[in-house]
Design a protein around this ligand. Sequence first.
Ligand code: NAP
Ligand code: G4F
Length: 327
Amino acid sequence: MKKTALITGILGQDGPYLAKLLLEKDYKVYGLMRRYSKPNFEHLDYLGITDKVDFVEGDLADEASLINVVKSIRPQEVYNLAAQSFVGASWEQAKITTEINAVGVLYLLNAIKFFSPTAKFYQASTSEMFGLANDDGYQDENTCFHPRSPYGVSKVYAHWMTVNFRESYNLFAVSGILFNHESPIRGIQFVTRKITDGVAKIKTGKATELRLGALEPKRDWGFAGDYVEAMWMMLQQDEPDDYVIATGQTHSVQEFVELAFKSAGLDDWKKYVKNDPRFKRPAEVPHLCGRADKARQKLGWSPKVSFEELVKMMVEADIKRHEMGSR
Ligand code: NAP
Ligand code: G4F
């Protein structure tokens, strides 16, 4: 019998990578998506799996829709990847960010508790929960949270609600605290993809500049394909637990910019990059660097793609896309 998994956030970045992994492991994969007049399957198409996923309609902000989905599928594994995931928008849209990322997780946990209580549940937690904590060093499972955005705050609620359902109702519920992870299908608003797309546009003569905010913040950037493996591994354990997933290396936005321009054969990045205060945030997270020792020891997980390989992969994919006529 095939195992059955429900993935929320199926049209985003991580949803397609995780779906591909589970399909390769012979799962039946259901993907939850909102109601659209015109859904965008671009990311699933990129990985060649659109017709292999069973789509179900539902919205994290609508409890009844989640109950219907969980009740009708009764999945063995639920991966909650759906979120208003863009930190920069979360100040202007704090309420909807909270409804989806925090209260939505409570709705989903309740639906599982009542209608599929043996399902294993994965919550997509984030290094944004650490925020200002431990400014210079590493962050791991023992680091205190100090979120710096409504997004970070909403994710802290969801993290603790996941832990609370585990402790209160004996649910197999885990929280994966993932540091930034990227890919050629990263959303175009996020800084890495904005940079690689911008570099590709400059390279192919479609743009002459790239406008960015702060270049100093440091992030621990890995490859999304490696990180979804850790999600799956967490649900294959005998006991539910929370894990930090990270590369253990950190780079500034400027370092990403320099390498991206260099990968495209454009030497003088300063000629093209313009500072734009519109992309600065009311409160910044200056330094993230994860320590994933627990995941290494207990799950046997480690990242495979290096920072340099990641930047090159993204730049090459965007140049190819623009050369083929994409806007
Ligand atoms: P993403 O590309 O933004 O995808 C999020 C998905 O959630 C989108 O497909 C979106 O659907 C869906 N969604 C948003 N609101 C929804 C709602 N109300 N109901 C149902 N679906 C909804 O994010 P990602 O990079 O794949 O990240 C996956 C998860 O990991 C997110 O929870 C994110 O917060 C978390 N995370 C990401 C990272 C990272 O570096 N990527 C790191 C740590 C944690 P639409 O297509 O309809 O907009
Ligand atoms: O790429 P970002 O928007 O990602 P951020 O804020 O780190 O959040 C991402 O990673 C989190 C994990 O830590 C996830 F939970 C979250 O869902 C998301 O996937 O920004 C990275 C850095 C920030 O310091 C930002 O201020 O880049 C800086 N930055 C500078 N100029 C910019 C820009 N960010 C964006 N998006 N656009 C700019 O023009």
